[in-house]
Design a protein around this ligand. Structure first.
Ligand SMILES: *Cc1c(COP(=O)(O)O)cnc(C)c1O
Length: 388
């Protein structure tokens, strides 16, 4: 560390240099990210509440009310009037909280000591972290022919130690939606917590359904659903870090609350202690600004771009792994290995990602990717397929 203070200009000149090395969403080259540039209104609210600490809500009573309002707004499009939960750092923290609550309740009511959680092969890796931290065994279920969780296998894998079943509404790799209705029946029959991971799909599926897209239900209107993860910092246009965990009622938070001496509140159920009020303020601001109408438009535009790219990819002789349900496209070329195709695209300065199961090129059509970027990308795909 420097001994003497540096000047503001020195520091920011240096920061500028580092920032120039980062990829920028606005360049339209980032094709493999579930995050995007936050809405300007969200950024403004974020900076305004930058010093607010929701870990000590007695000091930040107004911010706490904003968090409650944000939860209620999110609940309003997930079919629950009075959800309880928190605005957290992201899907990972939300998933860990859901599983922690389920584990504690199962430990208390059924005396389960060596718990297991059932997830599909396409579950996000945050469940590996949750299982590791919470001392649970992770049971991976194979996918069915639609790349969704095979619910027959879920049934077969339930045993006396199962503490939770996870369904996904918008898988990270393929954007597929599990049959939450079927999982709910299984979970209810066996008195097991059903958690829905809608980190990616939560801010688009409800709005696409309002636009009459034929997508399955996944929310609290389904009896067995006890908790939902949804990420404002993905399709919600809120800044990083903004995640959200919603539970059906207070008992799920109580199951993991600990005493919090020397704070203005008596107990705390979040994993982190000191935590951002800025994320809650930003999420509330952008949701209010856009309204349902804004999110319907946003989700539909993303899906239209997805269909445009998908059609062109097929025309050029590439194979889609699956017809997209949400704004994710996963594809291969019949005569090229995925790794080789990825390298050719990276050489052309496209920041793509690869799915692992099945292995393929994965593109997420976020807000920052405009039609002109897609046309450039399609031209490059054309050149690549002609050159082999
Ligand atoms: C992105 C994602 C997560 C993890 O969320 P973070 O915000 O990166 O912690 C969890 N589940 C799904 C389905 C996701 O797409």
């Amino acid at each position: 560390m420097n001994e003497k203070p540096k000047s503001h200009d020195d520091i920011f000149n240096q920061l500028d240099k580092f920032q120039a090395m980062d990829c920028k969403y606005s360049d339209g080259r980032i094709l493999g990210s579930m995050c995007t540039e936050a809405h300007p209104i969200a950024k403004e609210a974020f900076f305004k509440f930058i010093d607010s600490n929701l870990g000590d809500p007695g000091l930040f009573k107004g911010t706490k009310l904003i968090e409650n309002k944000a939860l209620k707004m999110i609940g309003s499009f997930l079919s629950i009037e009075n959800p309880v939960g928190h605005i957290v750092t992201g899907g990972t923290e939300a998933n860990i909280m859901a599983i922690r609550s389920a584990r504690n309740i199962a430990r208390g009511s059924k005396g389960i000591k060596n718990g297991e959680i059932i997830v599909s092969k396409s579950a996000h890796f945050s469940f590996k972290k949750a299982a590791d931290m919470l001392n649970l065994k992770l049971i991976h279920i194979a996918l069915d022919e639609n790349y969704s969780i095979n619910t027959d296998l879920v049934k077969e894998n339930i045993n006396d130690n199962t503490v939770a079943i996870v369904g996904i509404a918008g898988t990270t790799e393929l954007g597929m939606i599990d049959s939450i209705e079927n999982l709910s029946k299984i979970a209810t029959q066996n008195d097991i917590h059903l958690h829905v991971d809608a980190a990616f799909g939560g801010f688009s599926i409800p709005f696409l359904k309002e636009k009459d897209y034929d997508l399955p239900n996944f929310d609290f209107s389904i009896e067995g659903v006890k908790s939902i993860t949804i990420d404002p910092h993905k399709m919600g246009l809120s800044p990083i870090p903004s995640g959200c965990i919603l539970f059906r009622n207070q008992s799920f938070l109580d199951a993991m609350s600990v005493d919090s001496p020397y704070l203005t509140i008596k107990n705390q159920s979040t994993i982190v202690g000191t935590r951002l009020g800025a994320s809650a303020a930003a999420t509330y601001a952008v949701m209010s600004y856009l309204g349902r109408e804004g999110y319907r438009k946003h989700a539909e535009i993303a899906l239209e771009k997805t269909h445009f790219l998908a059609e062109n990819i097929k025309k050029l002789g590439y194979d889609l792994i699956v017809e997209p349900k949400l704004n994710i496209i996963v594809f291969n070329h019949p005569n090229l290995e995925t790794g080789e195709l990825a390298r050719l695209l990276e050489d052309r300065n496209w920041k793509i990602s690869c799915s692992s199961y099945p292995k393929a090129i994965r593109i997420i059509l976020m807000n920052h990717i405009k039609k002109e970027h897609l046309i450039e990308f399609i031209n490059d795909l054309d050149e690549i397929s002609r050159s082999i």
